[in-house]
Design a protein around this ligand. Sequence first.
Ligand SMILES: [Zn+2]
Length: 272
Amino acid sequence: MFFTEPEPPRAQCIPVSEGIQRIVANNPGKMTYYGTNTYIVDTPEGRFVIDPGPVEDSHHLDAIIENLGANPAGILVTHHHSDHFGAAPVLREKTGLPVYVSRVFPDDAFQPDGFLEDGDVIGDLTVLHTPGHASDHLCFARQGGILFTGDHIMSWNSSIVSPPDGNMHDYCAQLQRLIERDDKICLPGHGPVLRDPQPYAERLLANRMRREAEILEHLRNTPDTVKNIAASVYKKSDPLIAMAAERNVMAHLEKLLSESRVAEDGIIWKCI
Ligand SMILES: [Zn+2]
């Protein structure tokens, strides 16, 4: 189902496609794979950085600055999570480049230079608002069928959907949207290039629907807590992954609650 790759080099550009380079940050982890992908993308308006990555990795930041070229144009952020947005303020400070974030970017402490919303075009990149993993999540579509997908769709693993900012109903709707598009490749926020993304996105959506059915089946037999449902449905022993599974279960339950298919009684959930 998922795709792996050999450990990529850090602090250096990896060519991806005509006018697109990737630099992988050194923030490996159970939620980030080898680290966050920063993309440097040429457009007719100049070179854009998509997701500067985490602020902690100064070598990564130096590598981005070294590869901005003669005509840098700006910094684009897929979503507010620190492994993607974290270095944006300091990169702006060091380069003077404008930072563009979603119109619904949730961090009021940061003053962006521009807001983006669904359908906007910046450079030759078309903005898609794809809430689900995060309420402000954006994807960027480039001519030639290339879609920068951040954490909406990743090649190496499924995404966590953690309420209240994460929303399973929105996430599933935005997976369906991607299935109906004709992108040829996705460039995710973590992991390798994803080719032929539609059948992959169909499998991701089918997995979510299967989880939802399993949660309902569990609740039909036993009204239960989020923790117990996650343990029964996801069966994850690693504590961090088990916690992520609980967040996903919570997201499914909120979706089912909004559809009046489950009810909440204190910490116990039950079928209606
Ligand atoms: Zn991420």
